[in-house]
Design a protein around this ligand. Structure first.
Ligand code: 76U
Length: 469
């Protein structure tokens, strides 16, 4: 057998394995055809200069796994049906375009809106709570959790959002999951796909794309100075509306109470209308008190409230939740047997203790001071560097703001140059759900300040300067 060449080794076990592997590979590739006779043990032993025993071991293994069969006094033959049909020699090779390259982000600076500041995260407290979760919840951890998340954690969250956002709900109405997108996917998967969904433009492109892919007709609606244009919503024939009233994503505008009430009134005009209130960063308000959430103002149970711990803890914890009004909860429960809880229960019990013992609210309070300090610093430095060439939507909330810069470059050029400069930053292009004409000589960037150190700001702005010029 010419294809069998053994690499030299005194180890008999190794040789038997090489022979077994060699024959197996050639059967699978079709080089050894069905019913083809293999050399006798003696013959092959001689050819390869190994003991008959070594060949016997290899043949036995091939027999046991069904690659070959034996006929008494005639010898060994290749089994039929063991040949794979492959196109070219691509056996188990990942094509080059799918290979992941290890991106070294060490010398990058980030003005991304997607991160949180890890430097002040109270890991010690978190670990203490995790230990407590292990000590107290062995039984629950040994089982698949409730599809909506542990009752204990839902109860804690419901108390917390009642206090912080006035959200009126029972723990039964809360569904916890690994990300807002997955929760929205779960909720919308049980809805009739013929419905029309109105979303903010500019807005959250992940929800937009998800809903589109799910087969809904999604209508991006322009904003006016109070937020989503209510007249356009009314004429859109939509019965679902996705909004970010606390801090419009990404423009940062805070929706005044009058528009909130208009939206709620729109919702009750017809049966089956719902508003998804995406309250993704309302915990960060630096000057004013928050305006009450839509959910807290709603008297007709038409609001689905969603919240996340991505901004207040860390995006990597992947803990988010939604609050379903009773009618939708009933629908959801009908499908509950098909739904699995996709969060890590240990994380959810940990979170329960972390909120219960006050660590969570202490952390938020601290981060509010810290983020506001960084936000001010960044805005001041932007103004002093870019002067008349920058305009900033200075709204004291959240972890990002919108800024306009004088530049003749296209968004594509800015994005390419940002990569070259190793500056992580996102342009308005990411949030434009419909092609929009850009303002002459101005470009809009969404600037996040959570993940940049104070000392890094001048360097980031130097890079930004080169990016937009
Ligand atoms: C989330 C908006 C508008 C929800 C957000 C975010 O999955 O719970 C932004 C981007 O962490 P999750 O999502 C919460 N609604 O901006 C948080 N930001 C996104 C997730 F990090 C990414 O893709 O532009």
């Amino acid at each position: 057998m010419d294809f069998l060449t053994l690499s030299y080794s005194s180890n008999n076990h190794f040789k038997y394995q090489q022979i077994y592997e060699g024959i197996k590979e050639n059967v699978l590739r079709g080089n050894l055809r069905a019913r083809e006779k293999l050399p006798s043990k003696r013959q092959l032993a001689k050819e390869l200069n190994v003991s008959i025993n070594t060949i016997a071991n290899a043949y036995d293994q091939l027999l046991a796994e069904g690659y070959i069969y034996t006929i008494e006094r005639k010898g060994y033959f290749v089994e039929s049906g063991t040949e794979f049909h492959t196109q070219g020699a691509t056996l188990n090779q990942l094509p080059a375009d799918l290979k992941e390259t290890d991106v070294n982000k060490e010398d990058w600076v980030s003005l991304s809106h997607m991160s949180a500041d890890i430097s002040l995260f109270p890991f010690k407290e978190w670990m203490k709570c995790e230990n407590k979760a292990v000590d107290n919840h062995k039984k629950e951890l040994s089982e698949l959790g409730h599809p909506q998340g542990p009752y204990k954690t839902r109860k804690t969250i419901s108390r917390m959002i009642a206090l912080s956002r006035g959200v009126v709900c029972e723990p039964e109405q809360i569904v916890i999951g690994a990300g807002s997108q997955l929760l929205i996917q779960q909720l919308m998967s049980i809805q009739d796909k013929k419905q029309i969904i109105a979303v903010e433009n500019p807005g959250y492109s992940r929800f937009y794309r998800l809903l589109n892919k799910m087969g809904f007709y999604v209508k991006p609606i322009e904003l006016d100075d109070k937020g989503i244009d209510i007249k356009e919503v009314a004429s859109s024939k939509a019965n679902y509306l996705f909004v970010t009233p606390s801090h419009q994503f990404p423009t940062g505008k805070i929706m005044p109470i009058s528009r909130r009430i208009e939206l709620l009134n729109w919702a009750v005009e017809e049966e089956g209308r719902y508003i998804v209130e995406d309250d993704y960063d309302s915990e960060f308000k630096y000057e004013s008190d928050s305006i009450p959430s839509l959910q807290s103002l709603d008297r007709n149970q038409r609001v689905i409230y969603t919240g996340t711990f991505s901004k207040t803890l860390l995006p990597g914890t992947r803990i988010s939740y939604m609050v379903l009004p009773p009618d939708l909860l009933r629908e959801y429960r009908k499908h509950a047997t098909d739904i699995m809880q996709f969060s890590n229960s240990l994380g959810l019990f940990t979170l329960h203790y972390f909120i219960e013992n006050g660590s969570y609210s202490r952390h938020i309070k601290r981060m509010n001071h810290h983020y506001e300090m960084k936000r001010r610093l960044l805005i001041d430095q932007l103004y002093s560097k870019f002067k008349q060439e920058v305009y900033i939507e200075d709204i004291p909330a959240g972890l990002h703001f919108l800024a306009r810069f004088k530049s003749d470059k296209t968004y594509e050029e800015v994005e390419t140059k940002a990569k070259e400069e190793k500056l992580e930053i996102y342009t308005m292009r990411r949030f434009m759900l419909k092609e929009k004409k850009r303002m002459n000589n101005w470009i809009e960037l969404v600037i996040g300040f959570a993940n940049i150190d104070e000392e890094e700001i001048p360097e980031a702005l130097d890079r930004l300067d080169r990016v937009i010029r």
